[in-house]
Design a protein around this ligand. Sequence first.
Ligand code: ADQ
Length: 475
Amino acid sequence: MSRLIVISNRVNPPADTGVGTAGGLAMALSAALRDGDGVWFGWSGQTVDTFTGQLSMQKIGGVTVALMDLEEQDLQEYYNGFANKTLWPLLHYRTDIAQFERSFEGGYERVNRRFADTVAPLIGADDVIWVQDYHLIPLARELRRRGVTNRIGFFLHVPWPARRVFETLPRHAELVQAMFDYDLLGFQTEDCMEAFADYVTGSAHGSVNGAGEARAWNKRTRLGAFPIGIDAADFARAVKSSTARDAWSRIRESMAGRKMILGVDRLDYSKGLEERFLAYEQFLHDHPDQQEKVFLLQVATHSRDAVEAYQDIRERLESVSGRINGAYATMDWVPLRYVNRSYRRDELAGIYRAAHIGLVTPLRDGMNLVAKEFVAAQDPDDPGVLILSEFAGAAAQMSQALIINPFSREEVADAIRQALAMPRKERCERWRAMMDGIERDDVGAWRDSFVRALSGLSAANDGPLRPTLASLQSA
Ligand code: ADQ
């Protein structure tokens, strides 16, 4: 029988559905594999002196996982290096901080070979393989070299940037050429898929036809847009839990009648946190009458602390938040509550529900699941308002949010004002439309549409045309 084998850098399903881990990918994949017959393979998060390729099989939170350890050098060159110092900034348009070092590239190739060596013996004849994200772009090439002929799909959780931005990566063509060893390449949005198609035609001198079939280097693959969703049913349960209710009461009590603007993010420069703080400061400056009537709660979990750019953004945020509070706080009002910790998923649901505004302002984001969780947590009869960056993939689906340009402080400040004044009827209408989409296009729909598209591709590549979520659902 055909199984789904998911491969990602980290394998960290939450131990139970109530406890969240920071990271959209972990939440989405465990939801996608729970109760299924699949296997989730990847790095354990542990390092050993010498790589052995030994697998540890476990069942965590209803998901069968297969874990391998890596060496410290792998962690430095592959994970902290090529993945998080080179590719992550580049794919988020931060060419100014992307670092290009040959040792990073060497480590990235080595670890991809290690993934291939270790997982290849697990793969049965009919298994369908689904590789996740930018850490493992060359994995299909390595598996093909080891004789794996199964269907292999790839999903990119982060943006694919404009062609000339991607071309700043040394040896960019080699990386894209390796992507043609996948049968299906999935992107979060049509925009990202089109940016990739532009690279294929403009840089690789290949072609992409109207059916999403891309050809270059005498190979072909299929492109599709598969916007990821949240586990809407699980989230609805979390919202109703007693933990969520307790968190809601606790925060409501601390609000003392003020309105709460909420941000929840991994502490990452792509999330636009500094710009968000400055926009909020602009709002306080522009609307003195609103001072002491609102506050911003920013929950930002530390992330990738070993990478310098993350230490820099952390320091800047500490300084900007301190300055804003110093300038505006009064004896009994702190305008900006800046919290560096992670909350359980059900606690987070209660916090979202207590907020009047969800402020989601990334400078670039593949999708952004916080936007969807915020909406899913609201009270249908009195929902909060979502303010959403036009540069989050989620904006393509959530047009009823207040869509803003996160680079403009004034625009964000105006949107906060508009959200605070929005009549309940309008809030309800906007919320209903977004919630319908979240329930329909949930993480299960994402998984099914991708796997169906991948399984449906015949060897002759005459599978479904341009497999977007919408076309698959109507099929
Ligand atoms: P991330 O960049 O991690 O994911 P996002 O999609 O917003 O971003 O997911 C964050 C997840 O972490 C959410 O589920 C959120 O609840 C959780 N989280 C964040 N801060 C938390 C905290 N303080 N406490 C508890 N939980 C917290 C990457 C891409 C995104 C893409 C996802 C999925 O960068 O663009 O949406 O993968 O594809």
